[in-house]
Design a binder for this molecule. Sequence first.
Ligand SMILES: C=C1C[C@]23C[C@@]1(O)CC[C@H]2[C@@]12CC[C@H](O)[C@@](C)(C(=O)O1)[C@H]2[C@@H]3C(=O)O
Ligand SMILES: O=C(O)CCC(=O)C(=O)O
Ligand SMILES: [Fe+2]
Length: 373
Amino acid sequence: MQHYIRPSQPPEQLSNLTSSPFSPRFPSLSLIARTTMFFSKASCDPPFEEHYKSLLRNSIMQCSQAQVHEVVGECELPVIDLSGLRSSDEEKRHACVAAIAKASSEWGFFQVLSHGISTELLGEMRREQTKLFEMPFEKKVTSGLLNNSYRWGTPTAASLDQFSWSEAFHVPLEKILEEDGGNGEFNSHRVVMRKLAGAMSELARMLAGVLAENLGYPGDFFTENCSKRTCFLRLNRYPPCPFSPETYGLMPHTDSDFLTILHQDEVGGLQLRKDFKWVAVWPNPDALIVNIGDLFQAWSNDIYKSAEHKVMANGRVERYSIAYFLCPSYESTIGSYREPSLYKKFTFGEFRKQVQKDVEKTGHKVGLSRFLI
Ligand SMILES: C=C1C[C@]23C[C@@]1(O)CC[C@H]2[C@@]12CC[C@H](O)[C@@](C)(C(=O)O1)[C@H]2[C@@H]3C(=O)O
Ligand SMILES: O=C(O)CCC(=O)C(=O)O
Ligand SMILES: [Fe+2]
């Protein structure tokens, strides 16, 4: 049931510009089109260089000492075919549940095939996402698009290790599910987002249910507490970055949710921390990535792991990803499914507030350890 794959080609991030046009590693035409040749900044790009001038200048001098020693290993992230869950053969279903639970404990990450989200829908979303990010930077900032959810860089960054070379729409789904909440001009992306949110919600709640049942607990906790309205869809874009290859596209973090479903494009750059090493997650066009968030780690009393992950910026090409965050309402209380609990009970609202406070104060998310008993 659980098997490992390593793609035949490395992600574009690792291919090099000097390769021959006849070599299979030569970048595809679409990638060439997406390459901002030698750092001419597009009008859609956020003004990272102007805004974070001193931060970036210092970072080049220091060459980010903190990250130099880190090893990036090859990733053999579990790939799980979810058709096993729909099988009438009880043994097959059981093997699939066991594979999901094992990966969630050992990695906090896994990839899924036969996930039920069509390539067409993911492609539609990707086209809408591209249109959104191609708008002039000023418009993204000022137009209040998608409930004012546009973010770029890291406003609180005091050093390069707190800085993210990326932009995102971090969209509370409650807002886009409202029928007429939007500006007519942008309706097509709202329609696609609703469709994708529906499909992602089904998949996320099904996986959360499986993980809960594996611990002998009914899965309805997630159906009851995480409605379509309390979740988030995040559209990420990582523009090409002319600075040190050590620059983060997205700084190391754990996700503040129950679980995340991620669709990444073919560029690569996502890395997760396993056994004190950073390992790269190779893009697999047929798979979605699933990772356990802080709330599931607390709820499962550390049986499932919320693994730290990051995105490394790419010097030549832009990268896109879409993340669906399975979250409860802010009033929901998160407590361990069994006693004695490692963590104090907290509401999701308290957790988010504490994360924000820590990030504002120190530039870093402290996260779950704040709530240890
Ligand atoms: C500065 C930060 C905000 C963030 C946690 C972090 O320390 C690093 C990444 C951020 C991020 C990105 C994805 C999600 O939007 C988010 C909720 C998360 O879990 O990690 C945010 C965090 C946040 O805003 O709390
Ligand atoms: O872009 C990626 O691959 C990861 C994004 C991510 O970690 C996030 O949005 O929380
Ligand atoms: Fe994340």
